[in-house]
Design a protein around this ligand. Structure first.
Ligand code: MRU
Length: 333
């Protein structure tokens, strides 16, 4: 079976599987327009911290594909546009900054487009490697055949490779270490019930979808042995931003004495921030709470609270798994 790939770069075009349509429709956005890439990131057609960074790197390269003059202005305009798409996932800024360094070194080279694409492919390939290593490193946290609960989608759809937290679950399943996966549906955009479920089904891993609010009950009934989630940004003290609802899970784990793990590549570590207070949390449009796939479910006149992420304090995290190691507190990455 072909591996799932959220993003592919073929024949000078970016191919993005439209994650707003999955799992009911498998459609692709095929573009060589950086503005279309920016829109795809904003609309969550491509999503997940590593995948956002990779898409932005290709998008930025495409901005100079047909440019003959004013390259600096065209590149910086695309850079600023892509930078504004989503504020929390640090991978986006990491990838854009890497691309800018390469642009600045080679801006007068007539092959600048090819040079930028080469760098975007390198960022993509590095992510594939980091996913593999995270998958393997994460096996260390499985003491026995376990029932794992996860949140949002941290699989192939969220990365350039096979995923982070979900890739650990896939590796552990192959080793006979996973009995069942509880999939938080992940309101409001349902990355769990739509995307994680789709990936687990394809991988033949047994799973059950639960409403986010059922996690406490599951834990109380002794149904969950460990929780693994991903991260959009990890700061130096280990505080971690991830999909809204992750903090709830960590609090619940503490209460029920269940280990709570975070898995992410080093490109999700924000080396400039010391604590979670420095992380900017994205607020989404209230429409996302009031409509499901364009069907209204309540009055759109109501007010709503719609953060896309929350911050889990480091003292609730048992360990952080990266491609380099499994880090335990106090965190020194
Ligand atoms: O809003 P999303 O779907 O982009 O949020 C994604 C998450 O919160 C993931 O857990 C995180 O990006 C890690 S993906 C490997």
């Amino acid at each position: 079976m072909n591996p799932i790939r959220a993003i592919e770069f073929n024949e000078d075009k970016l191919h993005i599987i439209d994650q707003t349509k999955l799992p009911l429709l498998e459609e692709y956005i095929i573009t060589d327009d950086f503005e279309r890439v920016a829109l795809a990131i904003e609309r969550l057609e491509v999503r997940g911290a590593p995948a956002i960074g990779i898409a932005a790197a290709y998008g930025l390269s495409l901005s100079v594909k047909n440019a003959k003059s004013n390259l600096q202005q065209i590149f910086m305009n695309a850079f600023e546009r892509l930078k504004r798409t989503r504020p929390t996932a640090i991978n986006l800024f990491y990838a854009l900054d890497e691309m800018k360094k390469v642009f600045n070194e080679h801006r007068t080279d007539e092959n600048i487009y090819k040079i930028l694409i080469k760098k975007a492919i390198e960022i993509h390939n590095n992510d594939i490697e980091m996913c593999d290593l995270i998958g393997k490193n994460g096996l260390k946290v499985f003491a026995k055949k376990s029932r794992v609960l996860t949140h949002c989608n941290t699989g192939a759809l969220a990365t350039g490779g096979d995923g982070t937290a979900l890739n650990i679950i896939k590796h552990a399943f192959e080793q006979g270490l996973v009995e069942l996966v509880y999939v938080d549906e992940t309101r409001p955009l349902l990355q769990g019930s739509r995307l994680t479920a789709w990936e687990l089904e394809k991988a033949g891993i047994p799973f059950v979808i639960n409403t986010d609010s059922s996690a406490a009950m599951l834990m109380k009934e002794g149904e969950v042995d460990l929780v693994i989630t991903g991260a959009d940004r990890i700061v130096l003290n280990g505080d971690t931003a991830n999909k809204i609802g992750t903090y709830n899970l960590a609090v619940l784990c503490k209460h029920h004495n269940i280990p709570f793990y975070v898995a992410a590549p080093s490109t999700s570590i924000d080396e400039k921030s010391q604590t979670g207070n420095e992380i900017k949390i994205e607020l989404r449009n209230r429409k996302e709470l009031f409509e499901i796939q364009d069907t209204k479910i309540t009055s759109t006149d109501y007010d709503a609270y719609c953060p896309a992420f929350d911050i889990t304090p480091n003292d609730l995290i048992t360990a952080i798994i990266t491609e380099r190691a499994v880090f335990y507190p106090p965190y020194k990455f």
